[in-house]
Ligand binder design. Structure first.
Ligand SMILES: Nc1ncnc2c1ncn2[C@@H]1O[C@H](COP(=O)(O)OP(=O)(O)O)[C@@H](O)[C@H]1O
Ligand SMILES: [Mg+2]
Length: 308
């Protein structure tokens, strides 16, 4: 076997560089910068309204930043390119959405949902070969092709539908997968299975993955790196293990304190004291700050602005 030669610093597949997004008076993203690397996942974590989906839509080119740059393999893709490049980009960057129910067409079988992207991007193939590809894809996401192919979406559970959505995304051999709260509408009992599946398909397909969640406790299941966002700003980021083991920003600490985890103090979300403390921390975290502190190896937080 030839020795594998690896570059010391891999080139990111996706890079967001100082992204700003305004919706009228709403400053939804304030200088968001991070990179996605092949075979690695980054968890984007924060409460509802902090700007997670806006990031996802910008990466998928469903939305355009007000300022800043989106790079794909080092190339600036902020502005719309030639239609051939757009098609390639849309193939390369796939999304899995929160709602497994509305993302499948109730009128078509599962077979059809997987066959279509294969036809569009895989070119013409004999039917037997195509059927084989569909079976492999369904198997790769833990579905039995013999049972699943001819079913309609309503005949599947939420978890099975999300598996179909993942298979459909993988059908076009993407290099980037953006999963926007992929388990938040699923039964609690099966969430971990879907996260394990995402971690596995990331590994097997060398995907650069963005895993979006409001549940910081799940970040470590999927993602090597984490970005914690609050009110459109990255407040803390770094390697997931380091950030979760030793959170430095009060907002990250707040998110973790609300997590019912054996090793941590459980603070009931509804208690008056918790809410009062949460409001204080939010007020402290909100002012825009451009000062970033390195708080550990590959671990950063945005400095707090002294308020008066
Ligand atoms: N199309 C839009 N028009 C106006 N405001 C928007 C639009 N999309 C998002 N926003 C606002 O931007 C902020 C971030 O939203 P979003 O990215 O959906 O957050 P998250 O996914 O973290 O819940 C919110 O204040 C939201 O109301
Ligand atoms: Mg969202």
């Amino acid at each position: 076997m030839k020795p594998q030669i690896q570059a010391v610093t891999a080139e990111p597949v996706i890079r967001l560089d100082d992204i700003q997004r305004h919706f009228g008076p709403v400053h939804a993203l304030k200088s968001v910068s991070f990179s996605l690397f092949a075979g690695k996942a980054l968890a984007l974590v924060g409460e509802s309204g902090c700007g997670k989906t806006t990031c996802a839509r910008i990466i998928a080119r469903l939305d355009k930043p007000t300022a800043g740059r989106l790079l794909f393999r080092g190339q600036d893709r902020t502005a719309r390119g030639a239609s051939k490049d757009e098609r390639m980009y849309r193939k390369d960057v796939q999304m899995v959405f929160q709602d497994p129910f509305s993302s499948l067409n109730p009128a078509f079988t599962i077979n059809h949902h997987i066959a279509r992207p294969l036809q569009l991007h895989g070119g013409d193939k004999p039917k037997a070969e195509r059927d084989e590809d569909i079976a492999k894809l369904l198997e790769s996401v833990g579905l039995d092709p013999a049972v699943t192919r001819q079913k309609f979406p309503h005949e599947l559970s939420g978890g099975q539908r999300q598996r179909v959505n993942i298979a459909r995304a993988l059908a076009v051999s993407p290099s980037v997968l953006v999963a926007d709260e992929p388990t938040s509408m699923l039964d609690v009992s099966i969430r971990k299975d879907i996260l394990d599946l995402l971690a596995r398909v990331k590994r097997e397909n060398d995907l650069a993955m963005l895993y979006i969640t409001h549940d910081i406790a799940t970040a470590a299941h999927v993602a090597e790196e984490i970005v914690v966002m609050f009110a459109g700003q990255m407040v803390e980021w770094g390697e997931t293990d380091a950030v979760l083991a030793s959170p430095k920003h009060p907002y990250t600490q707040l998110l973790l304190s609300a997590v019912p985890d054996g090793g941590r103090r459980f603070v009931t979300g509804g208690s008056a004291r918790f809410l009062e403390q949460a409001e204080k921390i939010r007020a402290l975290s909100r002012p825009v700050s451009t000062v970033v502190e390195e708080v550990g190896p590959n671990h950063f937080m945005r400095a707090l602005v002294a308020s008066n």
